[in-house]
Ligand binder design. Structure first.
Ligand SMILES: Cc1cc2nc3c(=O)[nH]c(=O)nc-3n(C[C@H](O)[C@H](O)[C@H](O)COP(=O)(O)OP(=O)(O)OC[C@H]3O[C@@H](n4cnc5c(N)ncnc54)[C@H](O)[C@@H]3O)c2cc1C
Length: 387
């Protein structure tokens, strides 16, 4: 076993850190107030070639693995929390089903545009009536001439306001005509034609500058060549991108937790009450030390899951464990950081309340703790399916 980080990994963290250092706490606090998309930050990351870190080299990407993407995204989240991470996250592994299952023409046409920031995509999976039960989604894609017509509703679709492309999953064969409920779903990478698509922003708890939307789709015409892979196999294609996405969500929460912990340690050293720094009290010190332990352990799991993925080994359990451990470690670090700051933890000035509001996303999306435990219980421990 080798736990040393390579020169390349350090170089990635330093280079990404240099870009992020141009966008300080005040920049992210302002975006949290005004809700304006962090265009300058995204442009800087795009110009630096970072959006294509995991995309194939022949299409303009760097051809690196999820390990390198995780190092990059931990650095990004530590600097700008989920407002920074989510503004670019989708570009890293969102197009993975397209990169792996798309036709040569789809790959060569669309991936370079995403890497260069010429196209912006959103991801339409979650629906109001099906939630985590993806196989029960109601959006339909019906055959029409040499293509399809899509109608239905999606919810929580991140960046549906600014995206000109959507990777969308829709039912092409009724569930009762399929052998398995996950069959008969198809994946399309198509245009957000605003004549047929209406996105309405959902007011939410945090990450204000990266919007989420309810999306109403009414008769969206989709040419046959926008179908990804084969009709009816969309769920399988979707799964392909899920493990890296879970690893990234977990590592981003770890980055936010590390940022909160650093701030707590600094404050606990400086703040003097009862004639001594508050950090001298074990009641303040131990929760912070525990957070360090939790964050390090979650990071180790993230590195194991990334290594497995990059070496083409099964990593479902470890990717899910990364998401669970990372989100809880990050959340606890933010909560403890607020408590260590006392009243000032509740004040916007110290930024930890913003981190707390943002890290909460990792507890919910892209999959909940309960569904992760369902998965581990069933597939790792061999227990009966519970849902
Ligand atoms: C900020 C944010 C951004 C998002 N971005 C996107 C996006 O870009 N695209 C997209 O498609 N989606 C997106 N989502 C949606 C997200 O993936 C879902 O919210 C998440 O998958 C949970 O689905 P749900 O909200 O419908 O919860 P539900 O399915 O309604 O579940 C609610 C609760 O019940 C629990 N539960 C349900 N069934 C069971 C069971 N059988 N056993 C145990 N517990 C159960 C769940 O664990 C959860 O805690 C986003 C969400 C947020 C908050």
């Amino acid at each position: 076993m080798d736990f040393a980080s390579t020169e390349e990994h350090q170089a990635i963290a330093e280079a990404v850190g240099r870009v992020c250092s141009k966008y300080d706490d005040d920049y992210w606090a302002a975006r949290d107030e005004d809700g304006v998309y962090p265009e300058a930050f995204v442009k800087d990351m795009t110009d630096g070639g970072w959006l294509g870190i995991a995309m194939p080299e022949e299409l303009g990407g760097s051809g690196l693995g999820v390990t390198e993407a995780a190092i990059m995204m931990q650095t990004v989240a530590e600097a700008g929390a989920y407002q920074a991470a989510s503004s670019i996250h989708l570009n890293l592994f969102g197009p993975m089903p397209l990169a792996v299952f798309g036709s040569k023409e789809q790959r060569e046409t669309y991936l370079p545009r995403l890497i260069k920031g010429e196209d912006r995509m959103c991801f339409g999976v979650t629906e109001p009536n099906s939630g985590l039960d993806t196989s029960s989604l109601e959006t339909k894609a019906e055959k029409s001439g040499n293509g399809y017509v899509i109608s239905g509703r999606k919810i929580w679709t991140t960046m549906a306001q600014s995206a000109n492309k959507i990777l969308i999953i829709a039912r092409t064969t009724p569930k009762d005509q399929c052998e398995k409920p996950t069959q008969g779903l198809s994946l399309f990478y198509t245009d957000m034609d605003r004549e047929f698509v209406d996105a309405q922003v959902i007011p939410k708890m945090g990450r204000k500058s990266v919007e989420c939307n309810t999306v109403f789709i009414d008769g969206l015409k989709v040419p046959a060549e926008h179908l990804v892979g084969e009709e009816g196999r969309g769920f399988k294609y979707l799964l392909h991108g899920l493990n890296p996405e879970r690893i990234l969500f977990g590592i981003e929460a770890i980055g936010i937790g590390k940022s909160a912990l650093k701030r707590a340690a600094q404050y606990a050293n400086e703040r003097v009450v009862f004639g001594r720094p508050i950090g001298q009290n074990q009641g303040v010190q131990h929760p912070l030390a525990r957070s360090w332990v939790e964050l390090e352990a979650a990071e180790l799991m993230a590195m194991k899951a990334s290594w497995l993925y990059d070496n083409k080994l099964p990593c479902g359990a470890e990717a899910n464990a990364t998401k669970l451990l990372g989100s809880e470690a990050g959340y606890h670090a933010c909560e403890r950081s607020i408590l260590a700051h006392g009243g000032m933890g509740y004040a916007r000035e110290y930024h930890v309340e913003r981190l707390f509001r943002e890290v909460m996303i990792s507890r919910i999306a892209p999959v909940s703790t309960e569904m992760i435990l369902n998965f581990i219980g069933q597939t790792v421990l061999g227990l009966p399916k519970s849902y």
